[in-house]
Design a protein around this ligand. Structure first.
Ligand SMILES: Cc1cc2nc3c(=O)[nH]c(=O)nc-3n(C[C@H](O)[C@H](O)[C@H](O)COP(=O)(O)O)c2cc1C
Length: 276
């Protein structure tokens, strides 16, 4: 009887230890501040008479455009704004995921051009400044756009960088990165056979150089404006798109060769034609 009790006790102990170890595993790492959101909010608050927030970050001003000088450029056709009205696009916009896979039908270069121009294209000028499709605090444009191309007509698969200044693309890595990006977004089925995956990175110092810590808020806001423009342009073109916030940051940074400090990936958006 004593033996049975001992065995039962030992088993219970093992089970409880296992359950506790499982619990500890899902606990936040000790370095993670549970109030990080509040701290971010407080650190980036503007307070009357307190200029600290706007003068904390004083590193060298980064270049306003990122350029891949030594890489041949792929010129994009001019964007053609003759789609549905903005009201219709707003009404019809939906996040469209593919249950099994995107269609094998490619996105055309003209369609991609239109998506990119709607995101970050140069639409106006003010003195020396080139103004873009989406608004930006101080017209400083901290967001860069990269594309993982899988199925776009006339473009070989690879990772590209978009230049708003010249409305062209630089092929920075050749090859099929479909599996890598799918894995980096936690294997979400919506990514399968995407024609193109947009990766939004930020160079926060472009904005924090002028606005201090407050600039961090603007960086995140600006991703939203750009993403919505892609949503609306895609809706007008009959292309499916979905914002993807759930991704492994470092995997995406590595894919693009970003250091995660001066520049980091902050958002992903997938697009492609829907299966009939
Ligand atoms: C910041 C953000 C992150 C998102 N992340 C994901 C994601 O990781 N995977 C996904 O399938 N949808 C994602 N979505 C899409 C939302 O699920 C979608 O917008 C929501 O269900 C509302 O549907 P609607 O966009 O069709 O109106 C995200 C949307 C936003 C704005």
């Amino acid at each position: 009887m004593r033996k049975i009790l001992l065995i039962t006790g030992a088993l219970t102990f093992l089970l409880v230890s296992y359950a506790l170890s499982q619990k500890t595993e899902i606990k936040n790492p000790p370095s993670l501040d549970p109030y990080i959101g509040n701290n971010f909010y407080d650190a980036t608050k503007l307070i009357p008479g307190e200029l600290r927030r706007t003068s904390l970050v004083s590193r060298a001003k980064p270049a306003p455009y990122k350029e891949y000088l030594k890489i041949p450029k792929i010129k994009l056709p001019e964007a053609d704004f003759r789609g549905m009205t903005v009201e219709e696009a707003i009404e019809k916009r939906r996040s469209k995921r593919q249950e099994i896979s995107f269609s094998r039908e490619p996105i055309t270069l003209a369609e991609l051009s239109q998506l990119l121009f709607s995101a970050s294209g140069i639409t106006g000028r003010f003195l020396e400044l080139e103004l873009r499709a989406a608004p930006s605090a101080g017209a400083l444009y901290p967001i860069e756009l990269y594309l993982v191309v899988g199925n776009v007509a006339q473009l070989e698969p690879g990772i590209y960088h978009y230049s708003p200044k010249y409305h062209n693309l630089s092929l920075i890595k050749r090859g099929d990165f479909g599996d890598k990006i799918t894995q980096a977004v936690m294997n979400q089925p919506s990514m399968k056979n995407a024609a193109v995956v947009f990766i939004f990175s930020a160079i926060p110092a472009r904005t924090t150089h002028k606005y201090g810590l407050r600039g961090w808020r603007y960086v995140y806001m600006e991703i939203g404006y750009i993403s919505e423009n892609i949503y609306l342009a895609a809706t007008s073109l009959g292309i499916s798109t979905t914002a993807v916030g759930a991704f492994y940051d470092e995997e995406v940074n590595q894919l693009l060769g970003l250091d995660g400090r001066e520049e980091m990936a902050l958002h992903v958006q997938v697009a492609g034609k829907a299966q009939e």
